[in-house]
Structures are given as C-alpha cells and as structure tokens.
Design a protein. Structure first.
Length: 559
C-alpha cells in the first residue's frame, strides 16, 4: 500500500484480477520489461520495472526481460549489460527468461509475408520525407501512396529482394495497408520494415532489413505468451495498431496492452537525447555522474534501491500524467538511510581549536552511538586530544542573537565529550582570516554532564586533529535551476552552475578510515554520504547523497 492507502498496481491490478476471475488467460499473468538497448536506464524506467516485475510477482506470475533490439544503428552490448545490472540492483530478476526481439527476426519476417499475402502490407518506394508528407496532419487526412495498390506477387518479390540487399538503404519500406484517412495518424499505413545496412550486435550481417519497434513489439509479446503488455502513456495512440496486427494475423489469446502514467520528477530530464548531450558536451563527467538521473548515477550518488521502489509504490499507478516533486524521492531516501546509515563526525571546512588547559600528549576515548535508530548497531570509541577541528561555520566572532554555537566568551558542548569556552581568536596577520581558536575545557563536564547541573544550548561535532584523516567531499545539488529543465526552451541555459562543490581538505574520524566504496554514512548535521569509486587507498572520496533537511515533509505539512 502507498501513503494514501491505494494498493500497488491501482487500475492495472483491477484489470488483472478481472482477467484472472474470467479465466481470460487460463489464470496466467505474464508481463515483460522491454527496454531498447540504446542507452542507460534512468529514474523514469524504475517505475516501469517495478510495475512489470512487481505486478507479475504480486499475482503469482512471470516477467520476462526482452531487449527490443530492432535498430542496430543505436544499440550496443554495453547498454545490454548495464540494463541487466540496473534491474538486478533494483531487486528484480528474470531468472531464465531473457529474450531479444532479434530472437524472432525469422518469425517476424514470416508474419510480414502473411500480411502481404492477405493484401494487408505493401512495398513502398516513397522516401521517409515523402511518407511524412503523404501522412497528412491531425486535421487533414493522409494520401494513399502511389505504390499502395501493387499486386501481392509484386510485393512478395520486392520484399524478398529487400531482404537480399538489392536496394539502397532507405529506398523502400514495407508498410501496413490500413487507412490513410484514420483520425489516428499511427494507423495511416505505418512502416513495418526499413532497409538498413548496419551489423547487428547479435545477428551480425544476416539482415539488412529490420522491423520497426511498433511492428516487433506486439508480435514479440504474442510469441512469448505475454498476457498483459504494460506501457507508458505515450504508447496509448499505438494501441489500435497493436490490436489490429494481432487480430489480422489471428493470434490466439492476444496479449492486452495497458498504458500507465510515466514517472516524471521536478528538476529532472529523462530524454535520452538530451542526457546524451549533457555527457558528450562535457556538462557532466559521464553517464554515472551523481547529478544524472540514470540509475547508474543515482547508485553512485548513494541512493538505495529500496528508496526508489518505495517512491514508485507510493506514487502509485495512474492513468493521467503528473509531475512528482523531487523532494518526495529524497524523503523516501532519508527514511531508508536513517534506519541503516552509521553515524560519523566529519568536519567539512576545518577550523583548528587548541584546548589550552588540556594536558599535552593526553588522549581520551569517548563512546558514542553508531545509529540511535538502531540499537543493534552498537557504539564506537572516538579519540579526543588537545587539538581538534570544528566546522568553520560553527564559530562566529560577532554572532546574532539566535546563534547558539561557539563565539568569543561563549561555552558550547562538544558532542560526547566536554564543554569548551572560546578564549582567544587567532588570525592571519596578512589576510585577517581566522586560522585558530584557543579555548579552555571544563574537566568536570565529561560526557556533557556537570556537577552544578548547568546546560548549554549549543552542541557541535568535532574530530581530533591527530586522530583524523583528510578526505575529499563532493557536495551535489540539482543539475538544473528550474523545476522544469526545459523552461524557456533551452535546458542548457537552465543548468545549475553550482550543482557541484568539491571540498578537498575535509577531516574524517578514524572510524571511517576502513570504509569501502558504496558504504553509506550520516555525517552528523551535514546529511547522508557514500564512498565514491574514485577513492584510493590513501584518500577517501565521499559524495553527498542528500542533506538532512526534509523539504518534502514541510510541503506535506502545509498541504
């Protein structure tokens, strides 16, 4: 159930239950996730994955993974491998049901011959541009191709010669013969095959004609025995052709195409073409850049598969498109990480503090919790010494009234340690920059308690100067400045110039020294962070996954 109490699957689940009750498919539920291997999966795909695999599982059915590899000019094995990796990362598996549309090229060709023999397909010599011109508009009907009335025998001969490679690329197509006056432009004699001399990553040079996605999709579903073909809303206008093709070819128990609203997030682009431009023009470091909405990028940023699945479940399955606030995804992530992420004290912008009355050379250890939300996580020892680092932002020389951290003459509590009071500010004589604070501590305040029972309002985190390591921390923000990245028509103009800030002189406590790539932590008061693959044995690199400030909760409370 999602936050509104709506069962996962919504109206699609209702349809499936009706089909099971009526024994439409013998009680079977069989779905498929059909990515095109021409790019990396992004956050928008995650909803389709959760629906395709999740509804099959919820109804005791099966889900296939099928690559619709019908356009070899844009496809690559790299994409195939990354898609499989991302689906498994999200927590789903297809077992032994891995298929490719190219598995069915011979059978699809035979179906095309059947259409020609039925007088329902013809070879057309119009160019791609001419086909568009003849197709008409939303308000004007299309015109019949001058080649529409070729005989069955001529079409069979030409189509066979297309297959043999006798004609140049783009010179001929095979088109369905439906209705050029149809109000649905998709039904105006859509292209079924085109000539394309590009080696295929699985079939090599066997074919020089390739089926279109719209043709291969329903037939591949039928061949695999799919019952419910779940698609995003942009395929709704293609459903009449889906049904027409299965009907005229007399496919028994044809699958049912059902459309749902895709996942759209604020501050996010999911157009493969636009994402490719960001990568190729160097606006991001690659497809796995933590600012990218690809699943690879989100994984590197530190997002968990559980948080993404939770988002998809709570958003639900609807028929109308909408835009989800990115803050909701961050909210789901915080919920997950709050339960599992170990806490750590990390100083991002260090300011040195010398505790003048603390014995030189002395080192104490203080016990602090690893995760207050999970008692089983235990505790750890944090070393304390005469010289420590605090956050530069935790000190102000002339603080406003409601600043409760360190200032001249003011006392604060060091988390899990002592109370300290600032006695002196040391500045660089040439720049005036504060370089060091000299403080005293109250030996009676160990662990935050004093004999006189006094309390201070401010608690700050710290690390021991001698018992900390340097680290690099990358602070990420939205890649775009506007909720709609294409506002104004140019998404490049809306790029956020401050989407990445790199801090190279951060100080981390010793407990983090053995962290591995992918380990997640909550840096106290800063947010959640993950160890980046750029880390080396000598220097850890952390990416900020999300801050602690939950803007979604505030939005929800106001609504």
């Amino acid at each position: 159930m999602n936050e509104e109490g709506i069962k996962f699957g919504g109206f699609i689940q209702d349809i499936i239950e009706e089909d099971i009750a009526s024994n439409r498919y013998g009680g079977r539920v069989h779905t498929r996730f059909p990515p095109e291997p021409n790019g990396y999966l992004h956050i928008g795909h995650s909803k389709a994955i959760c629906i395709d695999f999740g509804l099959a599982e919820a109804n005791g059915g099966l889900c296939n993974l099928r690559f619709d590899d019908t356009n070899p000019s844009t496809e690559d094995v790299e994409y195939v491998e990354s898609i499989m990796e991302d689906i498994r990362w999200l927590g789903f598996d297809w077992d032994d049901r891995l298929y490719y549309a190219s598995d069915y090229f011979d059978q699809l060709y035979e179906y095309a011959l059947q259409l020609i023999r039925k007088g329902l397909a013809y070879v057309c010599d119009l160019s791609a541009e001419e086909i568009r011109e003849y197709r008409g508009t939303l308000t004007e009907p299309g015109r019949n191709s001058p080649y529409r009335d070729r005989s069955v025998d001529e079409n069979l001969d030409l189509f066979e010669r297309m297959r043999k490679g006798e004609f140049p690329d783009g010179s001929r197509t095979l088109r369905a013969k439906i209705d050029m006056a149809s109000p649905n432009i998709v039904m105006r004699d859509p292209v079924l095959y085109r000539i394309l001399r590009v080696p295929h990553h699985r079939t090599g040079d066997k074919w020089c004609i390739y089926p279109t996605y719209d043709y291969a999709h329903p037939l591949s579903d039928a061949i695999e025995g799919i019952t419910h073909s779940l698609c995003t809303l942009e395929f709704e206008e293609h459903r009449p052709f889906y049904d027409w093709l299965l009907e005229v070819l007399e496919i028994p128990q044809p699958p049912k195409q059902i459309e749902f609203a895709r996942l759209n997030l604020t501050y996010t682009l999911t157009s493969k073409r636009r994402l490719r431009r960001l990568v190729e023009d160097g606006y991001v470091s690659g497809w796995d850049d933590p600012r990218m909405p690809t699943l690879r990028g989100l994984r590197r940023r530190g997002y968990t598969p559980e948080s993404i699945r939770t988002l998809c479940e709570r958003v639900g399955v609807a028929k109308a498109n909408s835009v989800v606030d990115y803050a909701f995804l961050e909210h789901c992530l915080r919920e997950d990480l709050n339960k599992r992420a170990l806490r750590a004290m990390v100083v991002l912008r260090p300011l040195k503090v010398v505790i003048t009355n603390y014995p030189e050379g002395q080192v104490e250890e203080f016990e602090t919790e690893n995760n207050p939300e999970d008692p089983s996580a235990g505790t750890r020892k944090v070393p304390f010494s005469r010289e420590i680092y605090i956050e530069r932002d935790d000190f102000m020389e002339d603080p406003p009234k409601k600043f409760f951290r360190l200032a001249p003459g003011r006392e604060v509590r060091l988390k899990s340690a002592y109370y300290i009071t600032c006695q002196e500010v040391v500045k660089d004589p040439s720049t005036g920059e504060i370089v060091e604070l000299r403080c005293t501590y109250d030996p009676e305040s160990r662990g935050g308690m004093t004999p006189d029972g006094r309390r201070v309002r401010g608690t700050i985190h710290w690390v021991s100067a001698a018992h900390s390591h340097k680290a690099e921390v990358r602070l990420y923000d939205h890649l775009f400045l506007t909720e709609d990245p294409e506002e104004g028509g140019d998404f490049i103009a809306n790029l956020n110039p401050n989407s990445l800030e790199v801090l190279t002189d951060c100080r981390i406590e010793l407990a983090l020294a053995e962290a591995s790539v992918g380990d997640r932590f909550q840096f106290l008061r800063h947010g959640y962070f993950v160890v980046d693959p750029d880390s080396t044995e000598d220097r850890l690199v952390f990416n900020r996954t999300v801050s602690l400030r939950d803007t979604w909760q505030k939005i929800k409370d106001k609504s």
